[in-house]
Design a protein around this ligand. Structure first.
Ligand SMILES: NC(=O)c1ccc[n+]([C@@H]2O[C@H](COP(=O)([O-])OP(=O)(O)OC[C@H]3O[C@@H](n4cnc5c(N)ncnc54)[C@H](OP(=O)(O)O)[C@@H]3O)[C@@H](O)[C@H]2O)c1
Length: 274
């Protein structure tokens, strides 16, 4: 896909792999909408992009542990841009971010489920009219190989909580949503795919988890760019990739009844069903 004249939103682009992806897309000529919580980190990235002679990205500040903040982010993008060609839902927290204890979001939901999945679910739905109007367009959900089936009797993990399980269920939820949304978007010209970018990239999330990185940010970033811009994936939708390769997710992703339950729950929690 030629990126000249295209508009791309990358959540979580003030750090890690999202930052790399945003800089590459700006270098390819896209108008990049960067997002994060920290204005200073965003300024550093914007300056770097400008210094290299590319057009200055637009920064959106939003803490995605609040659904109201996610909603305001979508509303600002819809109000300020006439098109959106690619939405990369990348912002996330790791299994040990902010410690090992169970935490909740501003809305009272388990924090990893809220930040890694629910906010992206809400953003994608709110941005759909603009994505449809800009078709052919793409949604890329940055998930993981770390996947744990959802227990629909305790999605908020009030019992037996571990950060690893919370992270892995939020990542599988992203993939289940990807498969589900792809069906809904058939014929619309909007595709949606999910991926595991790379294993233990050298990013803040991995380092603060005390894990020794084994992949580079470039490896994972290039896999995200492949789904966002690659000609070979044009028109493909509802798929899970492990890096550059199409792959299989946890079986729950292909369980229609489970996806239906997740969809109903997500519509209710985000207020979209109202
Ligand atoms: N690293 C890996 O090996 C790996 C492997 C598989 C999948 N992934 C996935 O890749 C994605 C990016 O991870 P990364 O490794 O690049 O992590 P990272 O370096 O920690 O960057 C995370 C990004 O998400 C943003 N973010 C975190 N919490 C947020 C919140 N509450 N509201 C808004 N933004 C928030 C951060 O913004 P601030 O600058 O404001 O903190 C930052 O821009 C994640 O979805 C992760 O699950 C990573």
């Amino acid at each position: 896909m030629k990126m000249d004249g295209k508009t791309v939103l990358v959540t979580g682009s003030t750090d890690g792999v999202g930052r790399y992806v945003a800089a590459k897309l700006a270098a390819a000529g896209a108008r990049v909408l960067i997002h994060g919580r920290d204005r200073e980190r965003a300024r550093t990235l914007a300056d770097e992009i400008k210094r290299q002679g590319h057009s200055e990205p637009v920064f959106y500040q939003a803490d995605l542990s609040s659904l109201a903040a996610a909603r305001r982010l979508a509303e600002a993008v819809l109000a300020e841009h006439k098109r959106l060609d690619v939405f990369i839902s990348n912002a996330g927290i790791g299994s040990r971010t902010l410690g090992t204890e169970r935490r909740t979001s501003a809305d009272g939901h388990e924090l990893r489920f809220a930040v890694n999945y629910l906010s992206g679910f809400l953003l994608a739905h709110l941005l759909l009219p603009l994505l449809k109007a800009s078709a052919p367009s793409r949604i890329v959900n940055v998930a993981s190989l770390g996947q744990h089936p959802l227990d629909f009797d305790d999605v908020m993990l009030t019992k037996g909580y571990t950060g690893a399980r919370a992270y892995a269920q939020s990542k599988l939820a992203q993939i289940m949503f990807t498969v589900d949304l792809a069906r809904e978007l058939e014929g619309s010209g909007v595709t949606v795919n999910a991926l595991h970018p790379a294993t233990y990239m050298n990013t803040t999330m991995v380092r603060e988890g005390g894990i020794t990185p084994i992949s580079t940010v470039e490896q994972g970033g290039d896999a995200i760019l492949h789904l966002a811009t690659g000609d070979d994936v044009a028109g493909k939708s509802g798929l899970f990739f492990n890096g550059m390769q199409q792959s299989q997710a946890n079986p729950q992703a292909y369980d229609e009844a489970a996806r239906k339950r997740l969809r109903a729950l997500s519509l209710e929690l985000t207020g979209l069903s109202a």
